[in-house]
Design a protein around this ligand. Structure first.
Ligand SMILES: [Fe+2]
Length: 542
């Protein structure tokens, strides 16, 4: 029998990230009666005491898988008030019965990190489906299922790609469907995992907690907690590791490094403070590996087949967007990524020996006429040109850019000037340097169904655009093998997310790029599921 003190003293192969970080919570908000959780009592009340009376109301999650480690996450809700400390045990096994424990440990959480728990479980086998669970006293969390990345020669990688989940617009059927696809390596979330708006402001199908726009640390924490009460979102986290980056709505609409279109300093205080609060809550509540200075750009290797490079085009260094007619637009010093991230990015892409260089990032990179959008790579033409230059000069082949943010589906060739027929031939793909696959929202709305009639005209105007759907919600399944990387758009019927009743997404289109092609070709059929996927963790009751 090991005592708690001994457990806390030596935690074996894991790194505990859960112990106190920062200096206690904001002033508590009003009694959170409508939320039904987050009962707020100041953290320093009874700070030294341990409590074992908790619930696991926010499920479990995992993320940032590497070949030998993965982040495990949960959150405990102390019964009778957010006070004291909670010692949380965790264990991980290759089998659902937890007969043999591969890694385990214990750590302490408290109000200082909103009772969230994060562990970097290390020393794990590569390319393995693993199960994990947490416990406080006799209270156990649901079991989670996760997967480390494979090493060496890899035949196939399958990723679900999502973005933009405005909870106010409806139900997360997309997340439920992804949860049930048991053959995925990971879920890639391109941001707008939460929205910051007040109830009824942007969507009115479901209410928010808090009901107001979120501004303070307490607000951001409560909004993250509200999202993780959603059973479909919890189910997706329960069954798959997530690789997430934030976009603007984890902060405020059309955010950039030094502000946001929707941030009002006069009434909402300094941007710096709001940004820090949003960032802190994100790191507490999301299963990603924390880096020291708020950077979230990072990479993941799936053996010799896929290098996944995740970028922060939003918060790290983005300068203030400019109107399309600004003479400053072409200033080479305006860098969407910032110098440090840009150098790292170019190096990651050009030195990768993996077959596919997959880039997960927030905003549209390809050109799109006739509408200039300052919030995309179009608003930072020097950054985009430098990237295209690097691809052309270094002959970096097989780059697939994944994009969210705009709540619509597109497949586009990436080429410096798609409107110059000498430089780019849409019939053969000559002149294309890579491809971009854009995913619609999980729930966030695109355009009304009538707009689909305009897509063929838009494609005539934009020869590098091969596919578009501007009205349906859904996700991309990215299936990679040695011969091709194939994006498959699975989309819900119109009117689905407003209904609680489960709806399924249907295969809408598939577009692939073949090894060495660097341009898109239509795929006839969706890829086949991978055989032999490990069983799901026991589903939580919805
Ligand atoms: Fe969005």
């Amino acid at each position: 029998m090991i005592t708690r003190r001994e457990l806390l003293a030596g935690m074996g192969a894991s790194v505990a990230l859960g112990a106190g970080c920062g200096d206690g919570p904001d002033a508590p908000p009003d009694a959170a009666a409508d939320a039904g959780f987050d009962d707020d009592v100041p953290a320093d009340a009874d700070a030294g005491a341990f409590t074992e009376a908790v619930d696991f109301l926010h499920g479990v999650a995992s993320g940032d898988p590497l070949a030998d480690r993965v982040i495990l996450w949960t959150r405990v809700t102390p019964r009778g008030g957010a006070r004291g400390q909670v010692a949380v045990r965790w264990e991980l096994s290759a089998s659902l019965d937890f007969a043999a424990i591969l890694a385990q440990g214990e750590l302490v959480t408290s109000a200082a990190r909103d009772f969230t728990v994060k562990v970097d479980a290390a020393g794990l086998p590569a390319g393995a489906t693993l199960y994990y669970r947490f416990a406080v006293g006799a209270v156990r969390s649901p079991v989670g299922r996760t997967r480390t990345t494979p090493t060496g020669a890899v035949e196939r990688v399958r990723l679900a790609v999502v973005s933009c989940a405005s909870l106010a617009h409806g139900y997360f059927h997309v997340y439920r469907e992804i949860a049930e696809r048991l053959d995925l390596d990971a879920v890639v979330h391109l941001g707008d995992y939460i929205y910051e708006y007040p109830s009824g402001f942007y969507g009115d199908v479901r209410p928010y907690d808090p009901p107001t726009e979120i501004v303070s640390l307490t607000d951001y924490r409560r909004r993250h907690g509200w999202y993780k009460r959603d059973p479909d979102l919890r189910a997706m986290h329960q069954q798959h590791p997530m690789i997430a980056v934030w976009d603007d709505h984890e902060f405020a609409n059309n955010a950039w490094e030094g502000g946001a279109e929707a941030h009002m300093p006069r009434t909402e205080g300094e941007w710096r403070d709001r940004k820090a609060a949003a960032m802190r809550a994100y790191f507490e509540w999301m299963p990603l590996r924390e880096q020291p200075d708020g950077r979230i750009w990072r990479r993941f290797a799936f053996g010799d087949l896929v290098d996944l490079v995740m970028l922060d085009t939003r918060i790290w260094a983005r300068p203030q967007p400019l109107p399309g007619n600004s003479p400053m637009l072409d200033d080479p010093h305006r860098n969407l990524l910032g110098d440090a991230q840009e150098q790292w990015f170019f190096q990651a892409v050009t030195t990768s020996s993996a077959r596919w260089k997959v880039v997960g990032q927030q905003v549209r990179m390809a050109h799109l006429q006739p509408k200039f959008n300052a919030d995309t790579w179009e608003g930072f033409p020097a950054s985009r040109s430098r990237f295209f230059d690097v691809l052309a000069r270094m002959r970096a082949d097989d780059v697939v850019v994944l994009t969210g943010d705009i709540h619509t589906c597109w497949a586009m060739d990436l080429t410096p000037d798609p409107f110059d027929r000498d430089a780019y031939d849409p019939r053969t793909g000559r002149g294309s340097l890579g491809v971009e696959l854009i995913v619609s929202g999980v729930t966030s709305p695109g355009h009304p169904p009538e707009v689909e009639a305009e897509i063929p005209g838009l494609i005539r105007q934009n020869p590098h655009m091969r596919y578009g759907n501007a009205s349906q919600r859904g996700y991309i399944l990215l299936d990679c093998d040695a011969q091709r990387a194939q994006g498959e758009w699975f989309l819900l019927p119109h009117g689905s997310v407003e209904q609680r009743e489960r709806r399924r997404a249907a295969f809408n289109a598939g577009w692939l790029t073949r090894r060495g092609d660097n341009h898109l070709t239509q795929a006839g059929n969706p890829s086949l599921p991978r055989e032999g996927a490990a069983p799901p963790a026991p589903w939580e009751p919805a």
